[in-house]
Ligand binder design. Structure first.
Ligand SMILES: Cc1cc2nc3c(=O)[nH]c(=O)nc-3n(C[C@H](O)[C@H](O)[C@H](O)COP(=O)(O)OP(=O)(O)OC[C@H]3O[C@@H](n4cnc5c(N)ncnc54)[C@H](O)[C@@H]3O)c2cc1C
Length: 320
């Protein structure tokens, strides 16, 4: 099928909401990234299913974009369909502290809505940008606690390229094999470079904790203050760039990078934050290529000096 007929078919399947040649820079916290062939905003779970099914039917690579806070999209962009997840329904289960969240719900909305109903337990997530789906995929959190500890079930859309279809399945949280900044979904797909269609999280059932609104809001405020003390906020970054190779202070990526002089390093407009050596920042107009090359230089420095291989927490997306 040629490019034009793919576009026509996709438009028929997804309607006028489908856009072509959209610049992805505006959808990521790094503020870098080239153009995708097609772009579609999914407002509901139905939209998510419909768009993934359309892509599989047309053999089109697709990428599910949450808040864009943990990715580096190449300057060339993404060849295929980018689905921006804005499905954000939230259901409170009567008589319990459980909620069912659509995967496109932002963490901040989840936390504030839950707090207004005296439900907490996840205050540590306050200040972490992104969606419920992105948070589960990355098992986000602090060094001590992560979102995976609160997930009970997920519903997934699993594509089958052979039959050109997708099915919805429900799994208990142990299926997701949560580890430090890792889930089975991230682990199984991170090196596939979109040659294979990826499963996506549609909804998640989370176990929250009954508490008092004022107490929850106070904890959220305190967590945010702590985060502001330690990390550079309000800059164009993706948070921590590398995973911590160990739990001790001397084993954190920030410590190792600081000790190899990372804070003085930059390439073009890509630089290492002066506040935290594990945060790479776009000082304005950086190219994705500059950030990636800077990351590679940092890895070499740490490997040469400490014999430690740093592994990216962020993901490289698109054609490099
Ligand atoms: C300033 C700043 C501070 C941060 N602080 C922290 C922190 O304290 N702790 C921490 O752990 N992280 C932190 N992060 C990282 C980031 O916020 C998290 O990784 C976040 O969960 C990413 O979610 P997202 O929706 O933006 O995902 P995206 O960046 O849009 O996507 C990331 C990956 O998840 C996949 N994905 C997204 N949604 C789904 C879904 N529904 N189903 C399947 N796959 C999906 C995407 O396809 C992609 O591969 C920080 C980032 C920033 C910019």
């Amino acid at each position: 099928m040629n490019g034009q007929s793919v576009e026509l078919e996709l438009k028929q399947l997804l309607g006028e909401g489908l856009k072509s040649n959209v610049v992805l820079r505006d959808y990521t916290s790094f503020q870098v990234g080239g153009v995708c062939d097609f772009f579609y905003v999914a407002k509901t779970i139905n939209d998510l299913v419909k768009s993934v099914e359309a892509a599989i039917r047309l053999d089109l690579p697709y990428f599910l974009l949450g808040g864009g806070n943990n990715i580096l999209i190449s300057d060339i962009g993404f060849p295929g369909l980018v689905i921006k997840n804005e499905a954000d329904n939230l259901v409170f289960m009567p008589g319990s502290a459980e909620v069912i969240a659509d995967s496109g719900l932002t963490l901040s909305k989840l936390l504030t809505e839950a707090a207004s109903r005296d439900l907490g337990g996840v205050e540590f997530l306050f200040g972490i940008p992104g969606t419920v789906g992105g948070a589960i995929y990355n098992n986000v959190g602090t060094p001590e606690i992560a979102v995976g500890d609160f997930v009970k079930f997920v519903t997934l859309l699993i594509p089958n390229p052979k039959t050109k279809s997708a099915k919805i399945v429900k799994y208990r949280s142990d299926w997701l094999e949560f580890k430090y900044r890792e889930s089975r979904l991230k682990n199984e797909t991170k090196n596939s470079n979109y040659s294979m269609p990826r499963p996506i999280i549609l909804t998640a059932k989370l176990q929250l904790v009954q508490s008092k609104r004022e107490v929850i809001l106070d904890r959220m405020r305190k967590n945010l203050e702590l985060k502001k003390e330690k990390q550079p906020l309000g800059v164009h970054s993706a948070g921590s760039f590398f995973k911590n190779p160990g739990k001790l202070k001397e084993q954190t990526a920030g410590f190792l990078l600081d000790h190899v002089g990372a804070k003085k390093m930059k390439i073009g407009k890509a630089a290492v934050s002066k506040r935290h050596a594990n945060h790479l920042v776009n000082k304005g107009g950086a190219r994705a290529e500059d950030i990636k090359r800077l990351a590679e230089q940092l890895k070499i420095k740490v490997r040469d000096e400490y014999r430690v291989n740093l592994e990216e927490e962020i993901e490289y997306i698109g054609r490099w």
